[in-house]
Design a binder for this molecule. Structure first.
Ligand code: PMP
Length: 362
């Protein structure tokens, strides 16, 4: 198994997320940058979260409460689960790594669809597992039957990113539950629900429902998207207590700092903020999709805070040209998709800046 470990780590390259705003400013000498490349919340965090974080700063000499008890209790009452069913981490990235660290042994097979969030592949290789990649269908949705057919005695985890990054698509309601009923008992489904709050369908079943029904499911969420706290790094996962045990055993004691924990706690209280963000996202997404289609691009219907766009040309070149105009988008070349870009929904003003730049370029 040592051989396995070495070989797989050598397959990894450093993961470079979108170019930092600071670097673009310096490189191009631009003052004003519109970043629509990292699926951040363009409105910033809730003022309630900011106030709580300011207050928490005053206790910075103290180590944080290690397990984020207050935040777990609040999430538990929100979802009608138990605080012991939650683990809070340093962003969903950290949580996904912990799940992989707890569950993946050399030789295990880990299934996920592509294109998707790259962290599943990274942790699989790092732990000596074997990634089993199933391409999404022509309309960018998951082929759950193909996933089921790919399950073997070696399968350990199936990652389902729902809504999926970068396509913005979701599994049709009802299909996920019948899928969960059909997976064999040695397999765990990890539902990455980083964008789940953006799904507009009333009654849509999520990881919360599946955990309550005791399916072999771990769901992962984050404060980076709807809650606008990507910079402070808070994510979490939840499952039944037996499934949580190995994950809790490998967490670091102080991965979440007390400022971040306080911000996340208070963000959950701000219903008005959440309502506004969802409303703005919906309105701007409809507008931007329409305008991009009018420019001749194909835009996949999205259930998140970003669009998956086929620009029918060289998306890297377009990205670089837009960057010189002060607008950052994410080309999908790292997913092997040279003609696609992922564009975060910005504020009305930011989206207009993108469209103005596009009209100038093309
Ligand atoms: N999962 C998905 C699908 C994501 O898109 C992201 C962030 N881009 C994450 C997890 C990680 O989120 P966090 O900022 O909480 O680490």
């Amino acid at each position: 198994s040592k051989e396995h470990w070495r070989r797989n780590v050598s397959l990894l390259k450093p993961y470079i997320p979108g170019i930092a705003i600071e670097d673009v400013k310096r490189k191009l000498g631009l003052e004003e940058i519109t970043r629509l490349a990292s699926n951040e919340n363009p409105f910033g965090p809730s003022p309630k979260a900011v106030t709580a974080m300011r207050l928490a700063l005053l206790d910075s000499q103290l180590y944080p409460e290690s397990s984020c008890r207050a935040l777990r209790e609040k999430l538990a009452s929100l979802f009608e689960l138990k605080p012991e069913q939650f683990l809070i981490g340093n962003g969903a990235d950290n949580v996904i790594s912990l799940i992989g660290t707890a569950y993946i042994n050399p030789g295990d097979e880990i299934i996920y669809c592509t294109p998707t969030f790259p962290a599943y592949r990274t942790i699989t290789l790092l732990m000596g597992g074997t990634p089993i990649e199933i391409p999404v269908t022509k309309n960018q949705t998951y082929d759950l039957d193909r996933i089921l057919a790919a399950i073997t005695a070696q399968t350990k985890l199936i990652f389902i990113c729902n809504p999926n990054n970068p396509t913005g698509t979701i599994v049709e309601n009802g299909l996920l539950e019948s899928f969960l009923q059909r997976i064999p008992p040695h397999v765990i489904a990890v539902l990455d629900e980083a964008y789940v709050e953006f799904i507009e369908q009333p009654g849509y079943h999520t990881g919360v429902d599946f955990v309550k029904k005791n399916y072999p499911v771990i769901f992962v969420r984050t404060f980076s998207k709807l809650y606008g706290l990507a910079g402070t790094r808070v994510g979490y996962c939840a499952a039944n207590c037996d499934l949580m045990k190995p994950i809790l055993a490998v967490r670091e004691p102080f991965a979440v700092n007390r400022i971040a924990a306080a911000g996340a706690f208070s963000a959950l209280d701000d219903e008005d903020y959440k309502f506004t963000i969802l409303q703005e996202n919906k309105r701007e997404m409809e507008k931007l999709s329409k305008e991009l289609r009018a420019l001749g691009y194909d835009v996949t219907e999205s259930h998140a805070n970003f669009l998956f766009v086929d620009i029918k040309g060289d998306a890297v070149e377009l990205t670089n040209t837009l960057m010189r105009e002060g607008v950052l988008i994410r080309p999908c070349i790292a997913w092997g998709l040279p003609q696609h870009a992922r564009i975060t929904i910005g504020t009305a003003e930011q989206n207009e800046r993108l469209l103005t730049a596009l009209r100038k370029i093309i």
